[in-house]
Ligand binder design. Structure first.
Ligand SMILES: *Cc1c(COP(=O)(O)O)cnc(C)c1O
Length: 395
């Protein structure tokens, strides 16, 4: 059976050119990038080239890019590093209720260490209210950490406005751009971003590698100790194949970002129109327009997201549910709950996220299959039967 992969916000297939780059590196460029002889210099060149590509895409300088093991490590390092590095100013951190767990759990750990964290709410579209953020800043606030686009809904946060406020108030600003890097134009100077997290496997690169941008002059403490790599902020022998793969993925993303965005938007809207036309009692989660062009999160009333996923998988269709993004948790999504979604509705939601390679034919196949699957599930739902009965009575 042909499989249709629509879960690119969880991870993306590695681009063939990236895979070639990684393999070449594994086979030929085994050197330690910290050594002086030719093997080492060749490895260092791969790392330097990748650093240049990442920096260029966000308008940063090469020295401001630190390679990490991915989005989670970058988020941990940013939040912890800035919190520890500014204790003389205060222990107050501002973040939101819809952040990725890599930020939320780091903040929770810091609370246990005596830091104070304010989790800002979002509106019905899953968007931060800038006024509330502004009002929440205190004289002892040292860090604002707000993601660029949410991984579950795709809602894009007002990062430029937040950056302007943070700069005005002299507060360091970190943003998790794991879902937007390579998809939306980012400029760290224009947007007043001080730290920014990136992960390769969300943009057709390999897993286990990412980067953290740290603006020159930002006060932060290292959270790992060891060798002198990455300006001593992130010690450890470089993951040269991974870093070279990230560099390649960035090069590809940068080469056709606008075109690709438009294509993804067409694919997304085709699916949304098809679903709207064929399935009643649904609703869109996330901002109707200010949203990643590759993300579509929909609640289907009277169905269970997990069962829906398994039935769609029988048709070869891979999507995510609105429960926590890990398949081993059945908690309703903290993001949907934060937007005011009731748990039953959050449980009945699906996230479709598109990437390079998805076609309109694939979407048409989903538009064919999904109404049947949803219809069958609803026909077995006592809640749905009751709803139909009530509807009839009141008619
Ligand atoms: C995937 C993701 C992460 C985690 O990145 P990893 O490289 O998988 O650790 C962090 N933030 C967001 C918004 C993500 O989507």
């Amino acid at each position: 059976m042909k499989r249709i992969y629509l879960d690119h916000n969880a991870t993306t297939p590695v681009h063939p050119e990236v895979a070639d780059q990684v393999c070449r590196c594994l086979r030929e460029d085994f050197g330690n990038a910290g050594t002086l002889y030719s093997y080492g210099r060749e490895a260092k060149k791969l790392v330097d080239d990748a650093r240049e590509k990442v920096a260029t895409l966000i308008g940063a300088r090469k020295e401001e890019i630190l390679f990490t093991s991915g989005g989670t490590e970058s988020d941990n390092m940013a939040v912890r590093g800035v919190a520890y590095g500014n204790i003389n100013k205060g222990r107050h951190i501002l973040t939101s209720t819809i952040e990725h767990h890599a930020v939320l759990e780091t903040c929770k750990a810091l609370e246990k260490e005596g830091f104070e964290v304010a989790y800002l709410p979002v509106d019905e579209y899953g968007t931060i209210k800038v006024d509330e953020l502004k009002n929440a800043i205190r004289s002892d606030t040292t860090l604002i950490s707000i993601m660029h686009a949410n991984n579950e809904t795709g809602s894009i946060q007002p990062v430029s406005e937040i950056g302007r406020i943070a700069k005005e108030k002299g507060v360091t600003f970190h943003t998790d751009t794991v879902q937007t890097f390579g998809k939306i134009v980012i400029n760290v100077d224009e947007m007043n971003i001080d730290l920014l997290s990136i992960s390769a496997h969300k943009l057709h690169g390999p897993k286990g590698v990412g980067a953290l941008y740290v603006r020159k002059g930002v006060k932060m403490k290292p959270v790992m100790f060891g060798g002198h790599q990455e300006r001593k902020m992130r010690p450890g022998t470089h993951n040269v194949p991974g870093i070279a793969g990230l560099g390649k993925a960035v090069e590809i993303a940068a080469s056709d970002m606008e075109e690709e965005g438009e294509k993804l938007l067409r694919v997304r809207e085709r699916l949304w129109e098809g679903i709207k036309k064929n399935i009643p009692h649904i609703r869109l989660n996330g901002h109707p327009t200010v949203r990643l062009s590759n993300t579509l999160n929909i609640s289907f009333e009277f169905v269970e997201g997990e069962s829906l996923i398994l039935s769609l998988d029988d048709h070869g269709i891979c999507v995510a549910s609105g429960s926590a993004c890990t398949s081993d948790s059945l908690e309703p999504s903290h993001v949907l709950l934060a937007m005011g979604c009731v748990p039953e509705v959050a449980h009945g939601s699906l996230r479709f996220s598109f990437g390079r390679g998805n076609t309109e034919e694939e979407i048409d196949f989903v538009i064919q299959a999904l109404p049947k699957v949803v219809g069958r599930m609803r026909s077995m739902s006592p809640l749905y039967r009751e709803f139909l009965k009530k509807q009839k009575e009141s008619a």
